[in-house]
Write a protein that binds this ligand. Structure first.
Ligand SMILES: C[S@@+](CC[C@H](N)C(=O)[O-])C[C@H]1O[C@@H](n2cnc3c(N)ncnc32)[C@H](O)[C@@H]1O
Length: 411
């Protein structure tokens, strides 16, 4: 696990970038281009919203004069949306400013032409907008109810399995793959566990670095996460309502807390066997091309006797994406495979209703009917299935393309 750097405050999260093991020069170049592409997306946000607003204005002016006079509030609301976008852009600029040198061990150099910010794709803009909504889920008071349904069951299970009155929790290592903006990992670290978040998207990494390492005062920053939603608003003002963040001071972890974030693809970064007491996945396992690769990795990296806690749906992120491997298994299939590995199910719920970055004023709201389980890797591995599984761990994974923000599923 990464050690805190002497330069950073010990309470802050500590960012470390794992290099891909197979990285030739070409890989480094692609990674650099990718880094700058995401920076460009952050920087071109204002322009993107402006285009949307201009379009809405054009539509309005295409109405007959009679219809226009019946809608006295529409242009004023579009004006407010633009002001909110300007404000969001300021926050995004601050995030970018703090991202350029955020990794301890990797620098992405200068962009090839520093004057050029390339136009961003709709795909990148959608990712950026969902990242803004992720601030609601992870770091606002408004997101508390959602966190209580998604993160609390995981945290309670960790406390039940590794109680602080029976073990030294600072020696209990917990890994959170696909950590998003880091709140779940942070909450577990706050309880004294040695917790590491892993994340692969630069959108999320830039943003979590900002909130975890640069924000200190509660509820002093503002975002307008709903301005991009033009449908299903009951009131125009619903679209421009703010959220404040962070609802807690992320720097308030006790001084000796062991909390870190590691960037990179979960499967590539975590290859060292038997070093985690607990792996907790929340809305994560469906991000895999092949979920069994995640199961392989989790089985391998858990210590004997270690536990895997999972909560989430199976909204496969690579479903319907051209040229991508996407193995869409039912929970029943995954469960059967897990038993073959040797996992023992200790707790299981097949219906836990949660939301994901919900807009609680919207006329359209999604509910996920999630699965939740606690599965243990036995302390003593006794049967042939395990040996077979170990063998398969050493064979190369099925072909998949290089994974850089590659799926357009936004959960
Ligand atoms: C649906 S989000 C869930 C985030 C967070 N766990 C939560 O519940 O809010 C899935 C996250 O997994 C990340 N992710 C996807 N594939 C990954 C991989 N192979 N390695 C690490 N992170 C990955 C995504 O970037 C995204 O932030």
């Amino acid at each position: 696990m990464a050690e805190p750097s002497a330069k950073e405050p010990l309470t802050g999260a500590h960012f470390h970038k794992e290099r891909k093991k197979y990285s030739p020069e070409e890989e480094a170049k692609l990674e650099r281009q990718h880094f700058w592409r995401i920076i460009d997306a952050f920087r071109s946000y204002r322009f993107h919203v402006q285009e949307q607003v201009k379009r809405a204005e054009r539509q309005f002016y295409s109405l007959s004069q009679r219809h226009q006079t019946m809608l006295p509030g529409v242009l004023a609301n579009l004006g407010r949306i633009m002001q909110c976008a300007e404000h969001n852009q300021d926050v995004l600029e601050a995030i970018v400013h703090n991202s350029l040198h955020m990794f301890e061990n990797v620098e992405y150099g200068e962009r090839e032409d520093p004057r050029k910010t390339r136009p961003s794709s709709t795909f990148d803009m959608d990712k950026l907008k969902s990242t803004i909504k992720q601030f609601v889920r992870d770091w606002s008071e408004v997101g508390k109810a959602e966190r209580d349904t998604c993160y609390k069951p995981i945290i309670q299970e960790i406390q039940r399995l590794f109680p602080s009155d029976q073990c030294d929790v600072s020696k209990v290592s917990v890994l959170i793959p696909g950590a998003g903006l880091g709140r779940l990992a942070w909450e577990i670290a706050r309880l004294g566990y040695a917790c590491q978040g892993n994340e692969w998207s630069f959108f999320m990494l830039f943003s979590s670095n900002f909130v975890l390492n640069r924000c200190e005062t509660e509820n002093t920053l503002t975002l307008y996460p709903w301005i991009h939603q033009f449908s299903n608003n009951k009131k125009s003002s619903d679209q421009t309502r703010p959220i404040r963040f962070p609802d807690v001071n992320p720097q308030s972890l006790p001084l000796n807390t062991d909390f870190s974030m590691v960037a990179g693809d979960f499967v590539e970064v975590y290859s060292e066997p038997e070093c985690w007491d607990c792996v907790a996945t929340c809305f994560f396992i469906d991000t895999a091309n092949n979920v069994l690769e995640y199961v392989d990795t989790i089985w391998k990296i858990l210590k004997p006797g270690g536990v895997w806690i999972n909560l989430g749906p199976l909204l496969y992120h690579f479903e319907n994406i051209a040229n991508e491997l996407s193995i869409e298994l039912s929970y029943e299939d995954i469960r059967t495979a897990m038993l073959k590995y040797g996992f023992i199910f200790e707790a299981e719920k097949e219906s836990l209703q949660t939301t994901y970055t919900e807009n609680d004023c919207s006329m359209l709201r999604y509910v996920y009917d999630c699965i939740f389980f606690v599965a243990r890797k036995p302390a003593e591995l006794q049967f042939n299935g395990v040996e077979e599984a170990e063998q398969q761990l050493n064979s190369p994974p099925a072909a998949k393309s290089s994974r850089r923000e590659g799926s357009n599923r936004l959960t």
